[in-house]
Design a binder for this molecule. Structure first.
Ligand code: GLY
Ligand code: MN
Ligand code: MN
Length: 442
């Protein structure tokens, strides 16, 4: 791991440590392999909260944070420890099958975490005798419950003793606190999202040339994913949605197996991940290279909503108000076009909210609502959001003239909230009608 990344994760551990306080202790588990079928696993993906604090991408590990210190045995001496990574045991046979393991001896040098232990040693923390010295115990409980492999035995040991431990220590899920931290991105994180967006845009531009009648949705997906990979991305941020015609009205359509037809629109919602950080982009293209009058009319309404929302983004504005603005622009546009009799009916055609936070998760696992106690709705510098208005007319919507039916249009950009406004991170991705038509002409 390079110095900049090491230092980013270190600052995250320091901040988390400060927030939980000296009378708390935390254990954040990494992910484990998940079985796909028979003896095959899904491709391994690290838990994002664990990654946020460590940058470590091996399974069956855990991070210990003890802001007030914890006395533990290291190489037979007792020592007060403030942070430690528990990692897989070095095992030449398993490493031959599944790849090299870092090993506890390299934790400090490679991850910059002060202490390293073998994962089984976590048992010496997860017991009543040790935990009763603290008032609060933070765990990533929701993620912990899905663990397999090496960690399952440790968890069984812990849950067996939980009945005795629970009355003496407040047990808290760390996800909400980590989510609040993750909502405000550092410059390191912004750079990763920018890189993911850059690779995604380059891949769209390579792929655009392929759009024509007769090509399959799958071919378009293959081109995007191929380009993500050869341009340095490690994964798709989410399964690509390549939806022609009415398929675009299925919001998370993933069959991607229909042939593109002349006269239809093709909605592509796809982006890559870079260093575990996600981009999230949607554009809608005419399969023939030219929008029909009806398609253009709806496209311009969605584009207006996209642009007006982005224009309004700055610190202090409520994300929910951006959502209301998007609905208003969409409703006004359809009303003016004579497609809505009553503006209150807009939700029937707009289907989803205006956007979401992005970061380590595509729908970033950060609190975003306003509760009685907390306001996570008001935008702050460092938030990164999608703005993705859409309009969808299925063939069943007989109240809509036939020429508009079987169409879904969404335009999605990724926007960083800056000190006094915002920066559109996907600005260089074409979205004006004339730009799209001229690019598709070749
Ligand atoms: N790609 C999923 C979404 O836009 O929310
Ligand atoms: Mn999105
Ligand atoms: Mn999307």
């Amino acid at each position: 791991m390079d110095k900049a990344q090491k230092s980013f994760h270190k600052t995250r551990r320091e901040e988390f440590s400060r927030l939980i306080g000296k009378d708390s202790i935390a254990v954040i588990f990494s992910s484990s392999h998940q079985n796909k079928s028979y003896d095959g696993d899904f491709h391994f993906k690290q838990y994002k909260n664990f990654y946020y604090l460590t940058g470590f991408t091996e399974p069956d590990s855990a991070l210990l944070i003890a802001p007030g210190g914890i006395k533990l045995k290291t190489d037979s001496k007792e020592k007060t420890i403030y942070e430690a990574a528990y990692v897989q045991i070095k095992d030449p046979v398993m490493e031959t099958w599944n790849g090299k393991r870092l090993g506890y001896k390299s934790v400090k040098e490679e991850l910059g975490i002060e202490n390293g232990f073998e994962n089984q040693q976590l048992r010496s923390v997860l017991n009543g005798k040790v935990l009763q010295n603290y008032s609060r115990f933070y765990l990533n409980i929701a993620e912990m419950l899905k663990l397999n492999g090496d960690m399952k035995g440790i968890l069984n040991f812990f849950t067996d003793s939980l009945n005795k431990i629970a009355p003496h220590i407040e047990i808290t899920d760390a996800s909400s606190l980590l989510g609040k931290m993750r909502a405000v991105k550092t410059s390191f994180e912004i750079n990763q999202i920018k890189k993911a967006s850059e690779i995604s845009i380059k891949s769209y531009n390579e792929t655009l040339k392929m759009i024509k009648p007769g090509v399959n949705e799958n071919d378009i997906m293959a081109s995007l994913v191929y380009n993500y990979s050869i341009n340095g991305s490690q994964d798709s941020a989410y399964y690509p949605i390549v939806a022609t015609g009415e398929n675009a009205c299925i919001l998370h359509y993933d069959s991607n197996n229909k042939k593109l037809k002349d006269g239809e629109l093709l909605l592509i919602d796809s982006a890559c991940e870079y260093n575990y950080y996600c981009s999230d982009i949607t554009r809608t293209f005419p399969v023939s290279g030219k929008f029909t009058e009806e398609q253009k009319l709806i496209y311009e309404i969605v584009l207006k909503a996209n642009k007006e929302c982005i224009k309004k983004i700055k610190p202090g504005i409520k994300f929910s108000d951006i959502g209301k603005l998007s609905e208003k622009v969409l409703a006004d546009g359809l009303f003016k076009a004579g497609l809505l009799k009553n503006k209150d009916e807009i939700k029937k055609y707009s289907l989803h909210g205006v956007g979401h936070h992005i970061g380590l998760d595509t729908h970033d696992a950060v609190p975003h609502s306003k509760t009685l106690k907390e306001d996570n709705d008001t935008l702050k510098p460092g938030n990164v959001l999608t703005i993705e208005p859409g309009l969808y007319f299925t063939s069943q919507m007989k109240e809509i003239p036939a020429k508009f039916r079987g169409t879904g249009i969404r335009i999605e950009d990724d926007v960083l909230v800056t000190g006094n406004g915002c920066e559109n991170l996907t600005l260089s991705m074409v979205k004006e009608v004339r730009e799209i038509e001229s690019l598709m002409k070749g």
